[in-house]
Design a binder for this molecule. Structure first.
Ligand SMILES: [Zn+2]
Length: 344
């Protein structure tokens, strides 16, 4: 019944989603069409839902974490066939621009303009560049919802590739949303001593259930605790996952001399932050700001999912059918849960 049309969730105004019926997309040369089996929400989608997105005029399709089956392949596709279960991300670098040729594919000049949005739908067409670089056959023991973690995990892999934490070091993660928790889980598996801070008590308890050392910023003196845990030095690294200017500005005070601060969560385009110059110069505190990911990061994320050592399904706090997508966003908007699973 969904063969004759494809349902797609359109954000028509802030906090207003309409489910529309469209002619199913066709596969472009070298491209594929995915029949979506699982899509996940993330913080960017929630922000878009609340106030729209500066680069996506409404009405807009949205959603970019998905997993599904190949419904059709375009001319020249040999790596995949109709019926294959696949894990893909929604972008891929061009491979020919200045940045692609200089090892910074995450900054490819067309990676963002060419991204594919619309995971909250029955089907999604992916272009050749994504099929060639960033699609994998889904292992049978990985579920579709787990497979949909490929994109968020790719972001985290890029972040960790830049930070390059060493086993035995102490890293502070600020913010206990899905990205903070994913960072903490991966760091912990690399032998890093991770301290996860957040201001939602419920999520602190949840992170502890996952085996993480998690603290509620409402009751714990963050700086004292960090100093106590590092013989008074400060943390080796801090990863900022809250996206608040106050947390950005405070982050350098949590690392030791020679430590590294990584700003994972972005701020609005016109935001400015300031830091104490002496901390950066005399204390050699390094600042990083990882953005997006490269095909190598996607590969690392695929390997991590295929290894099945991360409790990914537990990060999904509610699931709804595509027809009830409004319910999922209403609950997330009210601050409930972590990630919602949308199943066509
Ligand atoms: Zn490029």
């Amino acid at each position: 019944m969904t063969e004759e049309f494809s349902r797609v969730a359109m954000l028509v105004a802030p906090k207003r989603i309409e489910l529309r019926r469209e002619t199913p997309p066709a596969a472009s040369p070298g491209g594929i069409v995915i029949r979506v089996r699982a899509a996940l929400t993330d913080g960017t989608d929630l922000k878009t839902y609340r106030r729209g997105h500066p680069k996506m005029p409404m009405p807009t399709r949205f959603g970019h974490e998905f997993c599904g089956d190949v419904a059709a392949v375009g001319a020249g596709v040999t790596a995949f066939r109709a019926g294959d279960a696949v894990m893909c991300v929604h972008t891929a670098p061009c491979g020919t621009c200045y940045w692609c040729l200089h090892g910074q594919e995450e900054l490819c000049e067309s990676i963002m303009p060419a991204m594919v949005l619309g995971a909250y739908s029955d089907s999604l067409a992916l272009p050749k560049r994504i099929v060639d670089r960033n699609c994998y056959r889904k292992p049978v023991d990985v579920s579709y919802p787990e497979g949909a973690f490929l994109e968020p995990l790719s972001c985290v892999m890029h972040s960790l590739a830049m930070l390059a934490p060493v086993a035995g070091s102490t890293v502070v993660v600020l913010g206990n949303g899905a990205f903070g928790i994913l960072h903490a889980l991966l760091l912990q598996r690399r032998g890093v001593d991770v301290l996860l801070f957040g201001r939602r008590a419920q999520r602190v308890a949840f992170a502890r259930e996952l085996g993480l050392e998690s603290f509620y910023t409402g009751t714990v003196a963050m700086r004292d605790l960090i100093l106590e845990r590092t013989e008074g030095r400060g943390a080796d690294g801090v990863i900022e996952c809250t996206g608040s200017p106050e947390m950005w500005e405070a982050a350098p005070s949590h690392v030791r001399r020679g430590g590294t601060v990584s700003f994972f969560a972005g701020l609005p385009g016109d935001a400015r932050v300031s830091f104490l110059a002496a901390r950066l110069h005399y204390d050699e505190v390094r600042l990083l700001a990882p953005f997006h990911f490269t095909p190598a990061d996607v590969r690392a994320a695929f390997d991590a999912i295929a290894a099945r050592t991360l409790p990914l399904s537990r990060l999904i706090t509610h699931r709804v059918r595509l027809n009830d997508i409004v319910d999922a966003f209403t609950r997330l908007d009210a601050g409930e849960g972590l990630k919602a699973l949308i199943e066509p």
